[in-house]
Design a protein around this ligand. Structure first.
Ligand code: TEU
Ligand code: CA
Length: 561
């Protein structure tokens, strides 16, 4: 069944680093409003904003202290309503970040729980007695250290999957659930189109909290191992959906890791728990056994296979949300492209492949100008709680300082969190004050302003690419067309068809997307005659009897029937 959000092109904003209008060095809601025309011109019609609720910002807003309030750093509720209205005028819908696996330790609920550890609010969280002088279980939190923190003045501990300032909410408690549902409905009634749903698989706990085999020198076991063994999140998610999103026909995109493979239809099939979930299959390839320091490199073939397999698996079931990067990941150009391809041509090639996959494309701020990882001067430049922990983890495992630094510099979430590069002017035009976070020194070469004035720029290419995807003539094939990989036996070629079946199984429309990730030119035989070139990133690419792609060349071709 067709849904209103099929065919959208989405853009993630990390508000703190997007655009600062009042000179305090922090991006704000007025900054987003100021750039709506820019986003409209890019072709965006759905925006996901990372958390803007009140927060102590221990984990940059993913630790919410008031679900009904806008963080003063970002502005006011009036600013937010203005943003909704201004976006609407431009045909853009706004999606909020929903962080309900945990809240901040400064949230009223947690403060009340601490004040009365036997009272009703303690049951909004997981308060448990220790075992033989130890915490209730041996889980290591995602950001390091035990998942259990002592509750002062008691013999109890509270559970946190992330930082100790992010206590997990107890989804077994109907009262807590009702509070969350009310809050979600309140935002939906205000006019938000839906939610990106944070770390949602974590809400289901095995409340017997069994110990697991330790997997590190600290004697703890990564909490994700417990998540992998836990079943039954589905009924929680159905209840959540039926009490909130379904009533508003809202769009939801789940951030789901550690899902049981066979559950994909329940998650995103017709009437699934969510509209869609992010495809992290390429990103998971660099998951280290113990952390970033032992993260494996990614070969081109692994990357291609991961995406192709994910596309083939999902197309009979539903839609995934396709990304190159987000606020938790290094920049895709630095990660998925070899050094020789980290230029305008390579960046356009990677973007073409991602945006024309089957699913909902999500661009991350700065992707459209080809922002890259930052050159870090030292570990003191990092802000991110996870990066600091990963650095410590590496050092504790005996990894030499230089090597630990290098591993974290490559994987740091801060690579995506440096300020948006608007111009070649001071602070990349992000702020007139002192930016809260280091500006990537490459801003003089990579910035919006210079690319706006250059018809060949990455930015202009992204505009054309998105316009093609949304065009009257091709939106059907790019939204609903099947995905079929081709030239899989050719080294360094990532290519696929998107096609629509005609009445008598005759393809009604067929488009070939072919990218040459190699350094030198490649010639490929054509299975179909070419009707029209829809997009090409380099003048040397051409099509005749055969298809010739320059190194880092990509072409989008409509085939004859
Ligand atoms: O990330 C959740 C999350 O599970 C990731 O840390 C994940 O474990 C890791 O990327 C796997 O490779 C979300 C937010 O996106 C992140 O910014 C927050 O820090 C986190 O939740 C806690 O709210
Ligand atoms: Ca500001």
């Amino acid at each position: 069944m067709k849904k209103w959000w099929h065919g959208k092109v989405a853009y993630q904003i990390y508000p703190k680093s997007f655009y600062d209008t009042n000179g305090d060095g922090i991006g704000d809601l007025q900054g987003i409003i100021a750039k709506l025309d820019y986003l409209k011109e890019l072709g965006i019609n759905l925006i996901w904003i990372s958390p803007i609720y009140k927060s102590p910002f221990v984990d940059q807003g993913y630790d919410i202290s008031d679900y009904y309030g806008i963080a003063p750093e970002f502005g006011t509720m009036e600013d937010f309503d203005e943003l909704l209205a201004e976006a609407k005028k431009r045909g853009i819908q706004i999606v909020m970040d929903l962080v309900v696996n945990h809240c901040s330790d400064q949230h009223e609920w947690f403060q009340k729980a601490l004040a009365d550890p036997e009272g009703e609010y303690a049951d909004y969280f997981y308060f448990r007695e220790g075992k033989d002088g130890n915490p209730p279980s041996n889980y290591r939190s995602y950001f390091g250290g035990s998942c259990w923190e002592p509750v002062p003045g008691t013999n109890k501990y509270y559970f946190h999957a992330f930082a100790k300032e992010q206590p997990d909410l107890n989804w077994e408690n109907p009262k807590l659930k009702q509070e969350i549902y009310n809050m979600i409905n309140w935002w939906l009634e205000r006019g938000v189109a839906g939610f990106r749903i944070d770390a949602i698989i974590n809400i289901k706990k095995d409340v017997s909290f069994p110990n697991l085999e330790p997997d590190g020198p600290d004697g703890l076991a990564g909490y994700h191992r417990a998540v992998e063994q836990t079943h039954g999140v589905g009924s929680l998610l159905e209840d959540l959906k039926n009490n909130t999103f379904a009533k508003h026909d809202a769009f939801t995109v789940g951030e789901v890791f550690n899902m049981h493979e066979e559950e994909l239809p329940e998650f995103i099939g017709e009437d699934g728990h969510f509209s869609t979930i992010f495809d992290f299959s390429a990103h998971c390839l660099s998951e280290g056994e113990h952390g970033w320091y032992d993260a494996p490199g990614i070969t081109f073939e692994e990357w291609r296979d991961a995406i192709v397999n994910s596309q083939l698996e999902v197309q009979e079931i539903g839609f995934k949300a396709n990304i190159i990067e987000n606020h938790d990941e290094p920049r895709g150009v630095s990660r998925f492209l070899p050094e020789y391809a980290r230029n305008a041509a390579g960046t356009k090639m990677l973007g073409t492949v991602s945006v024309l996959l089957r699913g909902v494309p999500f661009l991350y701020q700065g992707q459209e100008i080809g922002m890259q990882n930052c050159e870090w001067g030292g570990s003191e430049e990092w802000d991110d709680i996870s990066t600091k922990d990963q650095y410590q983890t590496a050092r504790n495992a005996g990894v030499p300082e230089e090597e630990a630094f290098k591993a974290c510099a490559e994987m740091s979430r801060d690579n995506a969190r440096t300020p948006m590069q608007w111009s070649g002017g001071e602070n990349a035009g992000f702020t007139k004050g002192t930016p809260w976070m280091k500006v990537n020194p490459n801003y003089s070469e990579i910035n919006v302003e210079s690319q706006q004035g250059d018809a060949d720029s990455v930015l202009h290419y992204y505009q054309e690419l998105i316009a093609l995807r949304k065009s009257e003539e091709y939106k059907e094939v790019f939204t609903y067309g099947w995905f079929a990989p081709v030239y899989g036996d050719q080294e360094k070629i990532m290519a696929f068809y998107r096609y629509l079946d005609g009445e008598a199984k005759k393809p009604e429309k067929r488009v070939l997307v072919a990218a040459n990730f190699g350094e030198g030119p490649m010639e490929l035989p054509l299975e179909y005659k070419v009707k029209e070139t829809l997009l090409s990133n380099l003048p040397q690419n051409h099509v005749g009897e055969r298809l010739v792609l320059e190194g880092c060349g990509v072409m989008v071709l409509e085939c004859m029937e």
